[in-house]
Design a protein around this ligand. Structure first.
Ligand SMILES: C[C@H](O)[C@@H](O)[C@@H](O)C(=O)CO
Length: 537
């Protein structure tokens, strides 16, 4: 029963569906729990695990939805509840229990890049926002800093933590420049008449409830889903000629992509994995064309990772304007020639809506529309042009368009995906984010409606030693983008962001491009929020 100030609280966590990942991440979770229990004790609160750890499993994560539901049957629905994670976790393992919980909820992660724990936290937070369930959230490197202690005290005494999010303002309160308002109206009207198809290769990746947008919310904006299946993709891959796959791989070699080849399929990247990925690339473009899709999303995990090598290399290629050509198998005509075929990784449908709108706006402005989502993985302060800046590590699990890398394809590498996530391997498409101005954004569901947060920022090039340090503290097989979000502190970003993902696109005049995108979103019916120091223009 929740009485304030608290005397006790229940600790729950959630993990991956993949036990190999759970076992690898367990030491980090144990350390987080130890520190958290210690800090709660200093507040006079006994924090106790909802379930004891069974040593035979090799970890104490909740690794399925059923397991999570069963655990919640043992928890007092009014208890003070602390969800803590140090690893990537599937939110749906604990969401059913959290949705019906009536006591105060606190979600916590350690400020570490080692595993995607902050990413897991943000996914759960975004999912809770979508459900409308109230919660508070905190993060800390060692759980002994003043910022954390002060806010933990606030939660323990009031059941709530208030974060400052004054960097967010509604577009409704701002006057749009007439030129962009007019252009946006024309783009929105065209979209609403022609309509958009998002090709969804299996909905619901890795428990990411926040990434699913109901048709009732989506359709009024002119967006419709074509529900495809990853088994269709695998079947289509079988129809791709060996010679065509080899040609695609040669195209990458000719552009100078470094392939980290080895010979052991279990732990290394092999030519045969790459050729299968090339088949997947060709098959996905052909299927997209067959169903008239404007963008596609491959769920890529459950099922697919057990059937074929990972889809990441495919996803990176699709999102780039310059791609290996894919010809229609009957007519020989090049499909989606000279343009990206936007791919929303992990079937994050919110990111799919975002990518299509970016694509239309940037194309109308005559700028490169290559865009991608990334995880908000981690970050640390670093001096940039004489100022101490908070520089984020943006890192999606293996795929980003080559135009976003230093030296494009020639600066790109394909590494084998980590075996603990991808038993059948598959190459990534990674590189170092090239310096430049960007527009960042996030579409999310709140209060049964679609919203978008938009801001401007920069990708910066860090000295090689710092870039290597960051890669070594995260996942070195994945891309590394070092980003600054203008006018937004680390904690304000964490407090506001309603997802694990963030979309980025480069822009010559970011304010101008953002204004067009914001105006178009508003015309389509999204609630638009401007974040940080952004001037419309
Ligand atoms: C392979 C991993 O599970 C990743 O997919 C995960 O860290 C994410 O990217 C979550 O957005």
């Amino acid at each position: 029963m929740s009485l304030l100030p608290m005397k006790d609280a229940v600790l729950i966590t959630s993990g991956d569906l993949r036990e190999s990942a759970n076992r690898a991440c367990w030491p980090a979770q144990q350390e987080l729990e130890r520190r958290l229990i210690e800090r709660f004790a200093a507040e006079g609160v006994v924090l106790r695990r909802a379930v004891a750890v069974t040593p035979e499993r090799g970890h104490g994560f909740v690794s399925s939805q059923r397991e999570g539901m069963d655990i919640f049957t043992e928890i007092d629905p009014t208890a003070n509840l602390v969800f803590a994670t140090a690893a990537w976790q599937y939110s749906h393992h604990v969401l059913p229990g959290l949705r019906s919980h009536r006591g105060p909820i606190l979600t916590v992660a350690n400020w570490s890049g080692q595993w995607p724990g902050l990413v897991g936290l943000l996914n759960l937070n975004g999912s809770l926002v979508k459900t409308g369930q109230p919660f508070s959230s905190l993060w800390s490197e060692h759980f002994d800093d003043a910022w954390f202690i002060e806010r933990l005290h606030e939660w323990v005494t009031t059941g709530h933590v208030d974060h400052r999010v004054s960097h967010v303002r509604s577009l409704d309160d701002v006057k749009l420049p007439p030129r962009q308002a007019e252009q946006a109206a024309a783009l929105a009207e065209r979209l609403l008449r022609k309509k958009i198809i998002l090709g969804v290769f299996d909905e619901g990746c890795m428990g990411m409830y926040n990434a699913i947008v109901d048709d009732e919310i989506l359709n009024p904006l002119g967006f419709f889903k074509e529900r495809l299946s990853q088994s269709t993709l695998v079947a289509k891959m079988k129809t791709v000629d060996e010679a065509e796959a080899a040609k695609t791989l040669q195209w990458l070699r000719d552009r100078g992509v470094h392939l980290s080849l080895g010979s052991d399929d279990a732990t290394e990247l092999t030519e045969s994995q790459l050729l299968t990925q090339c088949r997947m690339y060709i098959a996905s473009v052909r299927l997209a064309k067959e169903f008239g899709c404007d963008a596609i999303g491959i769920q890529y995990q459950q099922g697919l990772k057990d059937s074929v090598p990972a889809s990441d290399l495919v996803e990176g290629l699709l999102n780039n304007r310059e791609r290996p050509p894919v010809l229609d198998e009957h007519t020989g005509v090049e499909l989606y020639a000279g343009a990206p075929l936007p791919h929303f990784n992990e079937v994050d449908e919110c990111a799919g809506v975002d990518a299509v709108i970016t694509n239309l706006c940037w194309t109308a402005l005559g700028q490169d529309p290559s865009t991608t989502l990334h995880d908000l993985r981690w970050g640390a302060s670093y001096p940039v042009e004489g100022r101490d800046e908070f520089v984020w590590v943006l890192q999606i699990s293996g795929a980003a368009p080559a135009n976003h890398f230093l030296n494009g394809y020639a600066g790109a590498t394909s590494d084998r995906q980590p075996p603990m996530y991808f038993p059948l391997g598959g190459g990534t498409l990674k590189g170092i984010g090239r310096p430049g101005r960007i527009v960042w954004s996030r579409v999310f569901v709140e209060g049964g409606a679609l919203h978008i947060d938009l801001g401007v920022g920069s990708v910066v090039e860090l000295p090689p030693a710092e870039a290597s340090r960051r890669w070594s503290q995260t996942t070195s097989q994945w891309p590394l983008v070092s980003a600054i979000f203008d006018g937004i502190s680390r904690d304000a970003m964490m407090a506001r962001h309603r997802a694990n993902h963030v979309n980025i696109v480069y822009a010559e005049k970011p304010e101008e491009a953002l204004t067009l995108k914001a105006a178009m979103c508003q015309r389509l019916g999204l609630h638009v929020h401007l974040c940080g120091s952004v001037q419309l223009g």
